[in-house]
Design a protein around this ligand. Structure first.
Ligand code: ADP
Ligand code: ZN
Length: 752
């Protein structure tokens, strides 16, 4: 009998991701299991490539052409059966390659790559785990020769217990002294893995969790689902400020009391500090985080802590849904409506879907929470597929902010050229005088947006991407936000017709300047992608705003959600119209949610709140509904539109992208794919399927590559996925002059 392994290799494409069989040499027999990371000779040149083992077996007479595995990574890099199941799930649902799925579930720092040792190929860790030297006292200082004062100090310090080199250096003991003591056999040195407590500064300060009657009712309704050891899913729909977090804390408390663990997902990094603070102060330090603002080492150490069973609670953004946490009793997706829960690169998964899968595997209670749930989620609740619980009042009976509209057409007619209306400026000044804080939302970063030609009406475009270039004042340049192409200094004349270029539009930087002119004494904090590039910038800025070091917080959608500041009494919304008329079937949902969320940042404490929305279409129904914070009415309107136009939840919406350097070849490839799909579908007349396109994507060119798309309205079930897979295989075998790469996305709202 010969031992063999079935593996999937790194760097495959979706229409060429097969399993290959390799022999397991005797010296690796004990280290190759399903889920193991191995090194294999691949292709004609037998180049070493990383691969993941999906199955092992025994064969009487293996194919003589079968090659042998070169090396295997250590056990702690092996996918547990759970993670392997998630990899399989991703592959099946998102049409990614095996290895793309592996890279999604294992953080970079825990991955391996091909290397060489003693002239032979071997696996090599991507990151060496940082270690530190620790000293322990093992003997006594001799009387003679008389020890020096430094040696005495070192031994004195070590009498209390082992210390790290760093700690000893802080006490004035040098490495040289320690080396001498080691040589004499008085002290022993060991390398040990560095540990790190990311939240050492947050005090453990548990207080009894007392729920309001409404919160208690929600908790009581969910409690049986947490206790019966069966998988359950629920929607917690609670207006802004109703205290959803308080309900989470009680649910987590209950989960831990049952000896189980909790996974808490938030939609963006900016919201992690606040959640970590509340969790750590309530539950102590068996808490780990997983998000992209950690560096690779921090992320790895936190991951290992979870893997080794040393964390009871995991908090993080989308990818934390893959945390190697075991015995999960509770999974929470906070602000579940956020699009950041959908991955925009392979594997293009939705955290909702993966969370459901994990809840089913672990028999956990899964809670989707929001003040403005996704239409799909609300629909599932209405249909009884999720248990629905609601918080209809703000905590403490506080009223929701009063909302007014400012008609920007009237503002223009009256001769105000600024982006900040006279009324908003007045209210901001009022707040300043009273020592209260304000939040302004403008979902566009930068200074002025684009350069428009007065004569031909064209905007100045990136030569590599079909998008307008954006003016950045600090760099005195026009920049492409996609490929980074830069044009400096910004031209005055249109390169097409020579006409005069007008720089129009506005972003956060421009509004910041206007505010400085309008309110000279105001302390303004701008928060957007540009101002939060530095590590921990979010956390630092929000802490400063919370301490009232600033009067006005101006920013993009990152200021709209989840924040809880008691002194904020005024919220202003700028430039919302472009989102309202944006593309994609979710645009109304996004506007409704954003406006409701940001309005909800005001008046959360003793002081009442008010909100002002600047728009050219104050009568627009979506804005009116958002102003009234009337989710149920919005849901009724929106679900009717989705049904009428056939959009999710009434179908699955799948966008197929085709990308390549020659436009004609891309179009040919896309057309051929559409034809193959239609051909295959003809064999399944009962399968619901509508095929639209191919047409160029909204951004028709990106990085000098042409992009076409086919849109499918379908039912995303086993039969449909089999059909799509069959079509991909057929497409892979087509003899086309040039192949376009294929992207498949089940979570897109129209564009890729
Ligand atoms: P949501 O997430 O629903 O918008 P939060 O959980 O942030 O609301 O709660 C809003 C505010 O009310 C917070 O300042 C929170 O501390 C307070 N709060 C909510 N519930 C309670 C409670 N049961 N006891 C004390 N304070 C509460
Ligand atoms: Zn570009």
């Amino acid at each position: 009998m010969t031992h063999t392994a079935q593996v999937a290799v790194n760097d495959a494409t979706i229409h060429f991701d097969k399993l290959y069989t390799y022999l397991i040499p005797p010296e690796l027999a004990d280290s190759v299991w399903p889920g193991s990371m191995v090194l294999v000779p691949f292709g004609r040149g037998d180049h070493p490539r990383m691969a993941v083992v999906l199955a092992v077996g025994e064969e009487e007479t293996p194919d003589p052409r079968c090659k042998s595995l070169l090396d295997a990574a250590p056990e702690d890099a092996r996918l547990t059966p759970d993670l392997l199941e998630l990899v399989q799930f991703l592959k099946e649902r998102t049409f990614c390659t095996w290895f793309e799925a592996v890279k999604a579930v294992i953080p970079y720092g825990a991955q391996y790559q091909p290397g060489r040792k003693n002239g032979r190929p071997c696996v090599q860790s991507r990151l060496t785990r940082p270690t530190e030297r620790r000293y322990t006292l093992v003997g006594d200082l001799p009387e003679k020769p008389k020890p020096g004062p430094r040696q005495l100090a070192a031994v004195q310090a070590l009498r209390e217990g082992p210390l790290t080199q760093k700690a000893l250096e802080l006490l004035g003991v040098s490495k040289a002294t320690l080396d001498t003591l080691c040589q004499k056999g008085i002290v022993k040195a060991e390398e040990q893995f560095k540990s790190l407590d990311l939240f050492a500064d947050i005090p453990f300060d548990p207080r009894p969790l007392t729920l309001s009657p409404e919160q208690q009712q929600v908790f009581d309704t969910l409690l049986p689902d947490l206790r019966d050891g069966q998988p359950h899913a629920a929607l917690l729909h609670g207006v802004t400020g109703s205290g959803k977090t308080m309900v989470f804390l009680r649910l987590i408390e209950e989960t831990l009391a049952q000896g189980r663990r909790a996974l808490v997902l938030v939609p963006e990094i900016g919201l992690t500090p606040q959640m970590i603070r509340r969790l750590k102060s309530t539950f102590g330090s068996r808490l780990a985080v997983q998000h992209s603002a950690l560096n690779n080492t921090e992320r790895l150490l936190q991951w290992r802590m979870i893997q080794q069973g040393n964390a009871d609670i995991v908090v993080g953004t989308r990818s934390a849904v893959f945390a190697p946490l075991q015995n999960i009793g509770l999974i929470i997706l906070d602000e579940e409506q956020e699009h950041t829960y959908q991955s925009e690169s392979a594997p293009r998964y939705s955290a909702h879907e993966v969370a459901k899968k994990r809840a089913a595997m672990e028999h956990s209670l899964l809670v989707f929470a929001s003040a403005t749930p996704r239409i799909e989620t609300a629909h599932a609740a209405a249909a009884g597929r999720l248990k629905k619980v609601t918080l209809t009042h703000r905590y403490g009976g506080r009223p929701l902010p009063r909302v007014d509209f400012i008609d920007m057409r009237a503002e223009l007619t009256s001769g105000n050229p600024r982006e900040v209306s006279t009324r908003l400026a007045g209210e901001l000044a009022e707040n300043l005088k009273r020592g209260e804080q304000s939040i302004l939302l403008l979902n566009r970063r930068g200074y002025r947006t684009v350069a428009l030609c007065e004569d031909c009406g064209q905007s100045l475009q990136c030569p590599n991407c079909s998008v307008p270039l954006v003016y950045h004042k600090a760099r005195r340049a026009l920049l492409c936000h996609h490929c980074g192409h830069m044009l400096a200094p910004p031209p005055r004349a249109c390169p097409q017709c020579g006409g005069k270029l007008l720089y129009t539009g506005f972003g956060t930087q421009k509004v910041e300047e206007e505010l400085q002119t309008l309110l000279p004494g105001a302390r303004i904090l701008r928060m957007d992608q540009d101002s939060t590039m530095q590590k921990n910038a979010h956390e630092k800025m929000l802490a400063e705003f919370g301490r009232q070091d600033y009067d006005i917080l101006l920013g993009t959608q990152m200021v709209a959600k989840g924040l809880d500041f008691e002194k904020v009494t005024l919220v202003g919304v700028l430039g919302i119209d472009s989102m309202l008329f944006g593309q994609g079937f979710r645009s109304y949902e996004s506007v409704f949610s954003l406006v409701t969320q940001v309005v909800g940042r005001g008046g959360r404490s003793a002081l009442p709140g008010r909100a002002l929305i600047q728009t050219a279409v104050p009568q627009h129904p979506v804005l009116q509904l958002a102003a009234g914070q009337d989710y149920n009415a919005f849901y009724r309107e929106e679900i009717a539109f989705r049904k009428f136009g056939l959009y999710p939840p009434f179908c699955a919406f799948c966008v197929l992208g085709f990308v390549g350097v020659k436009e004609a070849a891309v179009l040919t490839a896309a057309s051929r794919f559409a034809a193959l799909l239609a051909e295959n579908a003809a064999a399944h007349p009962d399968m619901p399927l509508r095929l639209l396109g191919p047409v160029p994507m909204g951004i028709a060119m990106l990085n000098n590559k042409y992009r076409y798309k086919i849109t499918l309205k379908c039912r995303n079930d086993v039969a449909f996925r089999a059909l799509l897979r069959q079509t991909l295989d057929a497409y892979g075998q087509e003899k086309l002059p040039q192949k376009a790469s294929v992207i498949i996305d089940f979570n897109s709202d129209g564009e890729l």
